[in-house]
Design a protein around this ligand. Structure first.
Ligand code: FES
Length: 114
């Protein structure tokens, strides 16, 4: 049975292994990754947008489907190593029905500057 508030998310871990997980709408991508045991997400601040160790790369085909980052998230992204145009903080992205099949990749490290 398919539960309508579950959304399939594909996480690609730093080793390239894809973990497909059904995540509940309303959770954040960070919470879904931790629940699914995805390697490489630290989330040291627990989702308060103050550590930047939940960095992910959103597949470019999905960037327009997501609400843009807040000013706080944009500021925090400045301290991540290997920031790219599709970098986001996974604790700031809420899972919603429109994200069915979303693909995100976890960077090789969650090292931050400063
Ligand atoms: S968990 Fe700390 S910024 Fe996302």
């Amino acid at each position: 049975m398919v539960c309508s508030n579950m959304v399939m998310i594909n996480f690609r871990d730093p080793e390239g292994k894809v973990v497909a997980t059904d995540a509940r709408s309303g959770l954040t991508l960070m919470e879904a990754a931790l629940n699914a045991g995805v390697e490489g997400i630290e989330a040291a601040c627990g989702g308060a947008c103050s550590c930047a160790t939940c960095h992910v790369y959103v597949d470019p085909s999905w960037t327009d489907e997501l609400p843009g980052p807040s000013d706080l998230e944009t500021d925090m992204l400045e301290i991540v190593n290997d920031r790219r145009p599709n970098s986001r903080l996974s604790c700031q992205i809420k899972i919603a029905a429109g994200l069915q099949g979303l693909e995100v990749a976890v960077p090789a490290t969650q090292d931050v500057d400063g």
